[in-house]
Design a protein around this ligand. Structure first.
Ligand code: GTR
Length: 435
């Protein structure tokens, strides 16, 4: 660990000096959560097709060479933080079995090493992969991060039980921040592995905590600390935090897919739920090797428009999860209208690749309408690039999926990933990625 203790003293003094003012300010303005559509403030979205200096973007070339890099830089600087170029990655296939899941699948477990001789404490990332045995090679694949370890997504006893730090959870069999044997398969409801294989896709997953533990105290103890300058003890205001580190891991998984001849690295779909859906969008925005990007109930800081301030708000998310976004994002607490971007522009960064946004009716915290409007708000960029954009201009009804290049559905039920969601993602992939 390269934390310089001497450096922490001035920060402590500074924090002590600032604390009373910060506490007073927080007391003055309680965080208000709005669930009333009539109370959504008037707002104007920044136009994805107008440069910061006011120049209109009128052709695909200008989007690709000028506006797209500009928008990406704005998200890096003000929302998610800059991600460093990977310095060292080595893959070790530590498990390979062609008779997994009653002979239906080939299972691989691959460890990515991020330091040459890191010793036991070095951060590593384990990719769990299932490929359908009866599908032609190379096989297209869905990849996504999971919340409680690779062993939580299926009961297959051969999956290595994660030994990494985890958020406490009785339901997921986590005791003293570590997974136990009881944890196996506890997240399987969100990962219908056999159904995905039956439709001819592979599926790969990584525990997000391998990259960055999901807590403000330890978040830099995965890959982030590896990229600190000498003496640096925290990311700068425009540097990556947890969401950036998680997205980095997804890109490293694609690095592996590129060298595994059984996997079709030109047909990789990235899927994520909730905080990990924010991450799949950020990964897809930065890394154009993802052929399809899926956001499942990603909400604030994901697919939902920040300016609507419906459900979770920028201030609320930065207060509850100070380690997710870069520190510059705090400037927009209660000042969403001053953001140089909104989340429709994040979705536009996927263009012209297919992107799918999914909401759930009861998931008001994530603002389903705001998720739909952000997807719709990317339409002008998708059309400029010659695609059909989003086929509707009004929010569709419950379980009426839209399957244009920008896809969308809202299903009944709560904040979750269901078989309904997965089958729509596969329908969408059948149509756009594997026609
Ligand atoms: C909530 C958070 C949301 C969403 C969710 C999740 O507590 O406010 O932004 O990310 O967690 O990841 O399940």
């Amino acid at each position: 660990m390269n934390r310089g203790n001497a450096l922490t003293i001035p920060f402590v003094v500074l924090a002590a000096a600032l604390l009373p003012a910060a506490v007073a300010a927080a007391e003055e303005a309680p965080i208000v959560i709005n669930y009333d559509e009539d109370q959504v403030p008037d707002y104007t979205l920044p136009d994805p097709l107008v440069m910061e200096d006011g120049t209109p973007v009128e052709d695909a070339e200008t989007w690709q060479s000028q506006r797209r890099p500009e928008v990406l830089r704005l998200f890096e600087t003000y929302v998610y933080g800059r991600t460093p170029e990977p310095q060292y990655v080595r893959f070790e296939v530590f498990d390979e079995a062609d008779d997994a899941l009653d002979g239906k699948a080939t299972r691989k477990q691959v460890r990515a090493h991020f330091v040459e001789d890191g010793g036991e404490d070095a951060p590593t990332m384990d990719i769990l992969i299932y490929l359908p045995n009866d599908a032609e090679r190379p096989v297209p694949i869905f990849v996504g991060l999971n919340f409680y370890g690779n062993h939580s997504i299926h009961e297959d006893p051969a999956i290595l039980l994660s030994e990494r730090w985890m958020r406490p959870s009785d339901a997921f069999g986590v005791v003293d921040n570590r997974a136990t044997e009881d944890s196996r398969g506890t997240g399987a409801g969100r990962w219908p592995v056999e159904q995905i294989l039956a439709r001819g896709y592979g599926v790969a997953t990584i525990y997000c905590g391998d990259l960055s533990p999901d807590t403000a105290e330890l978040f830099d103890q995965g890959v982030i600390r590896l990229y600190y300058r000498e003496g640096q003890t925290a990311p700068e205001a425009d540097e990556w935090r947890t969401i950036g580190a998680w997205a980095f891991g997804l890109s490293r998984a694609v690095d592996y897919f590129e060298i595994d001849e059984e996997i079709d690295h030109a047909r990789v779909a990235v899927m994520g739920h909730s905080r990990l859906g924010k991450t799949s969008l950020w990964a897809g925005a930065q890394d154009e090797r993802f052929a399809l990007v899926i956001s499942n109930n990603s909400g604030c800081g994901g697919a939902a428009l920040s300016r609507r301030r419906f459900g979770e708000t920028v201030r609320r998310i930065n207060t509850s999860f100070p380690h997710w976004f870069c520190d510059n994002f705090d400037q927009f607490n209660d000042r969403e209208d001053e953001l140089p971007v909104d989340q429709h522009m994040l979705i536009a960064l996927m263009a012209p690749r297919p992107v799918y946004v999914a909401s759930a009716e009861e998931d008001r915290w994530a603002d389903p309408r705001g998720e739909f409007l952000a997807a719709l708000g990317a339409d002008s960029v998708y059309r400029l690039l010659g695609t059909d954009g989003m086929a509707v201009d009004e929010m569709p009804g419950i379980e009426e999926p839209v399957m244009s290049t920008i896809g969308y559905h809202i299903r009944s039920g709560r904040h979750d990933v269901t078989d309904y969601d997965w089958h729509r993602y596969m329908d969408f992939a059948d149509k756009h990625v594997r026609p």
